[in-house]
Design a protein around this ligand. Structure first.
Ligand code: URA
Ligand code: URA
Length: 185
């Protein structure tokens, strides 16, 4: 598979896990296929499942605002999730579900070749980086994914529940913006 379209077609037509049968729509990813910044969430929720697009519900609107606050339009970046299908009731992804779907994300990254990655939420960070840490321990510093710097910060849904996490998130995304400017200068 040499293009994102080919990978998206594969995802739309393949049942890798049970969730791929219960979903309304696959949520492959959206944005600029040549983006320098890739944003990775956890899994589609109800709104995303209906629309087939990541981060379009309440948490998604907050993510769009956060990106806007550091000067990015949704169309500038690429947005994807660890899981391409909605877990019922928005439960956490199971390890075997992550294992089955993450090769799709690895392929997306190989095709997009972003200069920088932002993971939102613990599941996104631990799944991409293959580490088992708390969000608190992962945030605030750059990690490495095959030479690409990765920043992990709070999930926008978590910010809607706990506003104490807004300040550290703001610090993280400013750090992200500086790194982006440095890498794309
Ligand atoms: N939360 C996520 O992690 N991803 C989405 O696409 C929507 C909500
Ligand atoms: N804890 C998590 O696991 N994720 C968040 O985004 C915030 C707190």
């Amino acid at each position: 598979m040499k293009t994102l379209e080919e990978v998206a077609d594969y995802v739309a037509n393949t049942h890798l896990i049970e969730l791929d049968k219960t979903r309304l729509n696959p949520v492959f990813g959206v944005g600029n296929p040549n983006a320098d910044l890739l944003v990775i969430g956890e899994a589609p929720g109800a709104d995303e499942d209906k629309k087939g697009e990541p981060f379009v519900g309440r948490a998604g609107q907050l993510l769009t605002q956060i990106l806007g606050a550091i000067g990015f339009e949704r169309a500038d970046v690429y947005i994807a999730n660890i899981l391409k299908s909605r877990p019922p009731g928005n439960r956490d992804p199971l390890p075997e579900e992550v294992k089955a779907h993450i090769p799709i994300l690895h392929k997306q990254i190989a095709l997009i070749q972003p200069k920088l990655i932002l993971c939102v939420g613990r599941t996104s960070g631990t799944s991409l980086l293959g580490m088992d840490s708390s969000l608190k321990d992962m945030r605030g510093v750059f990690h490495d994914y095959h030479g690409i710097p990765v920043l992990v910060t709070y999930h926008p849904a978590a910010l809607l529940r706990n506003s104490n996490w807004k300040r550290p998130t703001w610090e993280d995304v400013q750090l992200l913006r500086s790194k982006y400017d440095e890498l794309t200068a």
